[in-house]
Design a binder for this molecule. Structure first.
Ligand SMILES: *Cc1c(COP(=O)(O)O)cnc(C)c1O
Length: 375
């Protein structure tokens, strides 16, 4: 089946005896055993739940993984997957990371005894130099948040596997519709399902997709031990979002391209970060679209604040990946916990804004930014 069809029918054989077309919300914490010595598929919803399982099977197929696990947020997914790394082991991570992941790595993992080096993973030689005897994983976000650095997943995987190192890829920004890390060699794919997969800015969710049985059995063990699974209702909502993922991504992709064409001509925009602007060979090779994420640097702090105050169609809100276009101020929101000096060195300053393009009519999006910038 092709991708668009899988979004609807990847797990049809999980449907129930009533023939319900959409997977019902199976709101039960526990399940009645069929007999003392009879194996049943479901016993308790922390282990497995029919609605969640249906969603997990769908996401596993879309990412071409062996198994997917759905969690209550992207951060729960990352935290659970990080339990594969033990104290005194070492990981190498993209330096431009989602703020919450950076906080987890620095303020939890590192304090708990995991060694971490942060580096621009788009430079393979720099990554190679950091590999040590105890290096267990390379954790990448590509494109990265919010500077849109692109890392070559295939090259990193090839390097990592020579040393028996796991490769994690946070695929939130491009989704499996545009990029398939496991096909390029990644071992674990992470998603904030809150973003494009859910797509409606109404539900928190996260995924860990494992490429093989060994990893899947470990993640299953940690997940059932810790909890943090996605609820049946939220599983239903994310599944419903995924049905329209391809058409949403197509529209978002087109809108973002058109918005960048406008931004290029707007004199008060000093810098544009967008992977589709002079796209690198790597992004062209490993992705089928550029997605909907754009960061900009405007001419002054007062203009950045004016835009946030004066937009009417765009909403000034955190998060990304939904049908509604959002603008956020990374300095105050997603990257507030990154030390000022480090933030500024990388260009995340008081003039820096991040845009998540939605599915509105592009004319309204351009007019809205034009008036917020100029009037
Ligand atoms: C939002 C986000 C996360 C965290 O996901 P939550 O669902 O908010 O917990 C992780 N990675 C990326 C790239 C994100 O954008």
């Amino acid at each position: 089946m092709e991708f668009e069809t899988l979004c609807l029918h990847a797990d049809d054989n999980k449907k129930d005896e009533w023939g319900t077309l959409s997977m019902p919300i199976c709101q039960s914490a526990t399940f009645v055993h069929k007999g003392v010595d009879v194996e049943s598929e479901y016993s308790y919803s922390r282990l497995s739940n029919p609605t969640r399982k249906h969603l997990e099977n769908t996401v596993a197929k879309l990412e071409n993984g062996y198994k997917a696990f759905a969690f209550s947020s992207g951060m729960t997914a990352i935290t659970t997957s990080m339990l594969l790394i033990k104290p005194n082991e070492h990981i190498i991570a993209t330096n431009d990371l989602y703020g919450g992941a950076l906080r987890l790595f620095k303020n939890v993992c590192e304090i708990n005894g995991i060694e971490i080096d942060f580096v621009d993973t788009s430079n393979i030689d720099d990554v190679k130099k950091l590999i040590k005897k105890n290096t267990k994983a390379i954790y990448i976000e590509t494109p990265s948040n919010p500077l849109m650095q692109v890392t070559d997943i295939k090259a990193i995987s090839k390097l990592a596997h020579e040393y028996n190192i796991l490769v994690y890829v946070d695929n939130t920004f491009l989704t499996p519709y545009f990029q398939n890390p496991i096909n390029l060699g990644a071992d674990i794919v992470i998603h904030s399902g809150t973003k494009f997969l859910g797509g409606h800015n109404d539900t928190l969710a996260g995924f860990v997709v494992c490429s093989n049985e060994d990893l899947a059995s470990k993640v299953l063990y940690y997940s059932k031990t810790i909890g943090g699974q996605l609820s049946p209702f939220d599983s239903f909502l994310i599944e419903r979002g995924i049905k329209t993922l391809p058409i949403r991504m197509d529209r978002i992709n087109e809108n973002a391209k058109a918005l960048v064409e406008y931004l290029k001509e707007e004199p008060k925009i000093k810098k544009i970060y967008y992977v589709g602007l002079n796209p690198s060979d790597v992004i062209k090779k490993q992705a089928r679209g550029f997605g909907g994420m754009i960061s900009i640097e405007v001419e002054s702090e007062s203009l950045a604040k004016k835009i946030l105050k004066d937009v009417k169609v765009f909403q000034y809100a955190e998060s990304l990946g939904g049908v509604d276009s959002l603008i956020t101020y990374p300095m105050l929101q997603t990257h507030a916990d990154v030390p000022k000096e480090e933030r500024e060195k990388r260009g995340i300053n008081e003039r820096f804004l991040r845009i998540s393009v939605g599915i509105e009519n592009i004319k309204d999006l351009i007019l809205d930014l034009k008036q917020a910038i100029n009037e």
